[in-house]
Design a protein around this ligand. Structure first.
Ligand SMILES: Nc1nc2c(ncn2[C@@H]2O[C@H](COP(=O)(O)OP(=O)(O)OP(=O)(O)O)[C@@H](O)[C@H]2O)c(=O)[nH]1
Ligand SMILES: [Mg+2]
Length: 374
């Protein structure tokens, strides 16, 4: 490869393409007023979705909340605690919409999952709720979520509901948000990570990536998906370098590696800060501003391989190429984990610390891969 390529321009274009390719996950959240639906949504998904998303009325008692950049639609219900006649109407309304979407048969528009929320503090499940759960479960997987679970009564309610043997996927207690009891005593939130896990298992495969991207409580799930996504790129670079690549041609694998990093970025679903990402990646690719010469990048990448240096007979083998790609992918994922944890808990991340982390984990990964090079 000769000349200068706008690699980072291509990288951000790859990110846009990956985002466009992603399906959406559609989740209905049902529950009486004040049970904590909005609090739950804001605690599980990015960017305070319930408060900052755009709500579009679907029917009188159902609105669809979405937000640009988040591959998720939430169907939020309103006013279901009203009198029996109205409850029947609302139930028909919701079932009507569910059926309409099933008839449309577009996988991006189907409602994939229902969280049926009941406030633990109410200490009971009403007859109409049991009836609704039974009807909805015939069409869509339902998880009963016991919200605002504090004290010990919620365990009794959880057991009571489980013993009803409803046709649901699960019954889970959660506390979506910490509760401050006194100045120095806070009840910590719990159960959200588990809720994400069991929801994930009920979703159709096409909605998995979107759901992982949109949620912010289960970073291990993001990491797991991202590490799996590295493998095909490693195989591809191994194949590309099966015949030892002349040193200069090794730069040909760099765009594929950046395509990999773009995919990993989108799996994590962290708000895109272009200069932060450019800086972090340049930390191992070498700094050349927005544009880099392929040769420089390869020289930079290779110098991290212990005992290989820049001259290996002027060629780079398939195994070396694969080790480099794996090290780049896995170290980038570690950086994304740190970034996700900080950003989702409201902390700042600095470019300097991300560059250092990227370099350190990249070197570690290269050391691990070194055995393969012998
Ligand atoms: N600390 C704490 N407060 C909660 C939790 N869940 C709900 N709340 C509080 O309960 C109240 C009602 O919660 P919302 O999330 O607005 O309930 P909702 O179901 O969205 O209510 P509607 O939109 O009116 O149907 C709010 O004051 C919340 O702060 C929780 O897990 N922890
Ligand atoms: Mg609400």
């Amino acid at each position: 490869m000769s000349g200068v390529v706008d690699l980072f321009g291509q990288f951000f274009k790859n990110i846009e393409d990956e985002e466009k390719r992603m399906h959406t996950a559609n989740l209905m959240v049902v529950g009486k007023t004040g049970v904590g639906k909005s609090t739950l949504i804001n605690s599980v998904f990015r960017e305070d979705l319930a408060d900052t998303g755009i709500g579009t009325p679907v029917t009188q008692h159902l609105q669809r909340i979405t937000k640009t950049g988040i591959p998720l639609a939430i169907y939020d219900t309103k006013g279901i605690e009203l009198d029996h006649a109205i409850q029947d109407e609302i139930k028909k309304e919701i079932l009507g919409e569910i059926d309409r979407l099933i008839r449309l048969n577009e996988k991006d528009n189907l409602i994939h999952m229902i969280w049926f929320c009941i406030n633990s503090l109410s200490r009971r499940i009403e007859d109409f709720e049991v009836e609704w759960i039974r009807s909805f479960s015939e069409k869509i997987p339902v998880i009963v979520v016991l919200t605002q679970s504090v004290g010990k009564d919620y365990k009794e309610l959880e057991k009571y509901i489980k013993d009803l043997n409803l046709p649901v996927k699960n019954v889970r207690s959660v506390l979506a948000h910490d509760i401050e009891i006194t100045n120095d005593y806070t009840l910590p939130s719990f159960g959200l990570k588990e809720l994400v896990d069991i929801t994930f298992d009920c979703l159709p495969e096409a909605a998995h990536a979107a759901f992982i991207n949109a949620q912010k409580v289960n970073i291990e799930r993001k990491l797991d998906a991202a590490n799996k996504a590295v493998i095909p790129f490693v195989s591809a670079t191994f194949a590309a370098g099966f015949n030892p690549l002349p040193f200069a041609d090794a730069a040909l694998i760099v765009p594929a590696q950046l395509a990999m990093l773009a995919r990993l970025t989108v799996i994590f679903g962290i708000p895109i800060n272009k200069s932060l990402l450019t800086g972090t990646i340049s930390g191992v690719l070498g700094t050349g501003g927005a544009t880099l010469i392929g040769r420089t990048i390869v020289a930079n990448i290779i110098k991290f391989i212990p005992g290989v240096g820049t001259a290996v007979g002027g060629t780079i083998s398939g195994t070396t190429a694969a080790v480099i790609t794996a090290a780049l992918g896995f170290s980038y994922n570690q950086v994304m984990v740190t970034m996700a944890k900080k950003i989702f808990s409201g902390h700042d991340v600095t470019e300097k610390e991300m560059i250092e982390l990227m370099r350190r984990t990249y070197k570690e990964q290269m050391r691990k891969g070194k055995d393969l090079l012998k």
